[in-house]
Design a protein around this ligand. Structure first.
Ligand code: TXA
Ligand code: MG
Length: 337
């Protein structure tokens, strides 16, 4: 399992913030740490800078971006605000929740892929907040930022992941340590009369429903087409299979017998106390049974496994429950790739 970050402090030096502010004012894109995953950020109001995000990511131009703000006051500048949005912001911002709202007429359509709506999120990562506070002085109130990976690949949870994915395309990657949450934000759409969950995340539907005091619908055919909704999104390079706990031992033995080198991602409580064939062909990633810990290490582990060149990733299917929905969603998509 990827080690917890013991690296740099989670506060940027003022010179680093100043350099990032300068780059954003000049219309460049930067790597931005957030508590979910690292983002590839540009001034949302700068059309050419936002176009640069799409170019670097290789993202289809009909896929809208999330605009990151410091708080609800800034969010009102971009969206038609509502009581529901205020309740969610009061409860969960700053934090891993993106809210889709009707876009204000003067908000940049190019960050929203032409949609009449805009997705907004106030991240809690201290470095992101330091940067956005610094941006107030130069009049930048929104940062458009998708996850800082190439399109269709696993999101980055460390600065080093951003550098290895995007290399020279991004001059500045602010260091923020290992992302605390580790998977992308929950996205809830409040633009369509009733709240709709567009992407499950760390903040579950139960908590959203409690705060909004109404049920949250699952995305249906009317939902806007979003990259997170493509079946093969969030995929490692190595093929991945999801296997039920009771079938795990048999499946691993069969793959080893077939000569495959496999990485096994399973839960400590399943009681596997060692390798199955005790061979070099197996590597085990045992997860603590906390959902938070599994979310935190998922993408870093998948990247580590990819780099190690295994033939197959065998993942123990998580329990079927609302709490595990976000991680099951990412794993199911990875398995579909
Ligand atoms: O945690 C996160 O949300 C990270 C960090 C960097 O904040 N960002 C992220 O961005 O995951 P990205 O671009 O990889 O995913 C954004 C998702 C996409 O599925 C996109 O289609 C959806 O948000 N989205 C953005 N604007 C939308 C809108 N107006 N309506 C519906 N979906 C929208
Ligand atoms: Mg993404």
């Amino acid at each position: 399992m990827a080690q917890a970050d013991s690296g740099p402090p989670r506060e940027a030096k003022s010179a680093e913030i100043a350099a990032a502010v300068g780059a954003l004012v000049a219309g460049q894109v930067i790597g931005l740490p957030t508590e979910t995953v690292y983002g590839l950020a540009a001034d949302a109001a700068n059309r050419a800078a936002v176009a640069e995000i799409y170019r670097i990511k290789g993202r289809p131009d009909d896929h809208p971006l999330i605009v990151h703000v410091l708080d609800a006051t800034q969010a009102r500048r971009w969206a038609v605000w509502s009581d529901g949005a205020q309740r969610l912001a009061d409860a969960f911002w700053p934090g891993p929740l993106s809210i889709v709202l009707p876009r204000r007429a003067d908000a940049p359509v190019w960050a929203c892929a032409g949609q009449a709506t805009i997705a907004l999120r106030a991240p809690s990562h201290p470095v992101a907040r330091q940067l956005m506070s610094g941006l107030l002085d130069v009049g930048i109130t929104g940062l458009a930022a998708p996850s800082a990976n190439r399109f269709g690949r696993v999101s980055p949870t460390r600065a080093a992941h951003v550098r290895s994915d995007l290399g020279d395309d991004v001059a500045i990657v602010l260091e923020g340590g290992a992302a605390d949450v580790g998977i992308e934000s929950t996205i809830v759409d409040l633009s369509r009369g009733r709240p709709v969950l567009l992407r499950p995340g760390h903040i579950g539907v139960d908590r959203l429903a409690e705060v909004l005091r109404e049920p949250i619908s699952a995305a249906d055919a009317d939902a806007p087409r979003v990259p997170g909704a493509l079946p093969s999104h969030y995929a490692p390079v190595t093929p991945l299979v999801l296997v039920e706990t009771q079938d795990l031992k048999k499946r691993i033995a069969a793959e080893l017998a077939a000569g495959k080198r496999i990485a096994v991602w399973c839960f400590a409580a399943s009681g596997f106390d060692g390798q199955i064939a005790r061979s070099e062909a197996e590597q085990w990633y045992r997860l603590p049974d906390s959902i938070e810990a599994a979310e935190r290490v998922l993408y870093a582990d998948l990247r580590e496994i990819d780099a190690a060149g295994f033939d197959l990733i065998v993942v123990e299917a998580p329990p079927i429950s609302a709490q595990w929905a976000a991680i099951t969603d990412r794993l199911t998509r990875a398995a579909a790739a």
